[in-house]
Design a protein around this ligand. Structure first.
Ligand code: SF4
Ligand code: SF4
Length: 392
């Protein structure tokens, strides 16, 4: 039965108010409550139709559109997603200069049991002490006593999968109840990483967060199928290939079509599009349970055409043709963080700064004519010049 208050209230306004009330009452001091009110006022919210899939052998039932938090500056946005039923959040210590886990921690306060948290150790960590230290810091920052999925961050090859100390540390953390499942993440050499996970006789890792989108090579789809067949839980990232501004393509967003393309593969348990605000939350979660149609395909064709001058798939093919060993794919990824939908200059510069000096775009300054070629037709010399301007 509807309350007296409800009768006098527009139903959508009621839903909005309910969402704001739930989240702000639990986490927000006055300033944050105001932020949430402002966010809700600027973008009406309705609850999405939830759809769940099983995350491989972990058995976790997660929402097929889950939450990529790397771009989210305010905990209220994440909390609104949790209140709507989104139950898997992906973060990392590296994001936002370490602030991202803190933001997630504030969002899950009081509702930790309603959500699974995935985070990552630092990409350079591999010894027992480093892995344990990373997890302890994450637990503290997140304000939780367990992490659902801990991931080795940003694998570009298979070597890190088999480091004995890393596995020992993760096993110890599992025994202590500090982590539940172990996974990896990869943006490059995805096929090799997925195949290595599928072939691992120890079945040590349970999940793989992998770059996967409508521009991915067919070999990635095949490798995902192989890994999923042995129980690896597959989560897709970079699903909207950088989220470049496409306002000139008209009113209908291609980002939903890109998400649907990923989710039509039932070997993918979930996608974790990065969401900055309630508008993006609404746009992404509305995709759950909806089919990929011919109109979506057309939309993606237009999108691919529009972003062709910028789009790097990070395949690394061009790197073999560079005599100086410039890491072109990582430099382009850093540029995407700065100039794509991410608009995160700090992440862009942090990613770029991790490159050895000789692998940065500085090596191109006195190179007489770029000798390497991009499979997608990008002008690599121009991109490297742009990187020197934007990333340093
Ligand atoms: S300009 Fe091209 S070939 Fe020369 S160092 Fe840079 S990426 Fe390599
Ligand atoms: S610049 Fe081209 S060849 Fe090089 S990593 Fe990017 S897409 Fe691949």
């Amino acid at each position: 039965m509807e309350s007296t208050e409800m009768k006098g209230m527009n139903r959508r306004a009621f839903i909005k108010a309910g969402m704001v009330g739930t989240a702000s009452a639990l986490i927000a001091p006055p300033a944050l409550a105001e932020t949430l009110q402002r966010l809700a006022a600027s973008e009406p919210s309705t609850s999405p139709k939830l759809a769940y899939r099983t995350l491989g052998r972990t058995g976790l039932k997660i929402t097929e559109v889950s939450f990529g938090a790397m771009l989210t500056p305010e905990p209220e946005v994440i909390r609104a997603a949790i209140d709507q039923g989104i139950n898997y959040i992906n973060t990392a210590r590296k994001y936002m200069g370490g602030k991202n886990e803190e933001t997630v921690g504030r969002a899950v306060k009081g509702v930790r049991d309603k959500v699974y948290i995935a985070t990552k150790v630092l990409s350079e960590s591999r010894t027992r002490a480093e892995i344990v230290r990373d997890v302890e810091i994450s637990l503290k920052t997140l304000g939780t006593d367990y992490i659902d999925v801990i991931q080795l961050h940003d694998l570009t090859g298979v070597e890190k999968l088999n480091v004995a100390e890393t596995r020992e540390a993760l096993t110890q953390l599992k025994k202590q109840g500090k982590v539940r499942f172990c996974g990896v993440t990869t943006h490059q050499n995805e096929v090799a990483v997925l195949n290595a996970l599928a072939d691992d006789p120890d079945r040590f890792f349970d999940t793989c967060l992998v770059k996967y989108n409508f521009k991915s090579d067919r070999a990635v789809t095949t490798a995902i199928a192989r890994a999923a067949a042995v129980g690896i839980g597959i989560i897709a990232m970079k699903t909207q290939i950088g989220g470049y501004d496409v306002s000139d393509l008209g009113k209908i967003t291609p980002h939903q079509a890109a998400l649907k393309w990923v989710l039509k593969n039932l070997n993918v348990a979930a996608a974790i599009p990065g969401m900055k605000d309630l508008k993006e939350l609404k746009e992404n979660t509305a995709v759950m349970g909806t089919p990929f149609k011919y109109a979506d395909l057309r939309r993606l064709d237009h999108y691919a055409e529009a972003i062709a001058p910028f789009y790097c798939s990070f395949c690394g093919t061009c790197e073999a043709g560079c005599p100086r060993g410039v890491e072109i794919s990582t430099i382009n990824r850093s540029l995407m963080y700065a100039e794509g939908g991410y608009r995160d200059l700090s992440l862009a510069r942090t990613t770029y700064a991790k490159l050895p000096q000789q692998a940065t775009a500085a090596a191109c300054i006195d190179c007489i004519g770029c000798s390497t070629r991009c499979v997608n037709g990008l002008n690599i010399a121009d991109k490297m010049a742009r990187a020197r301007t934007v990333l340093t």
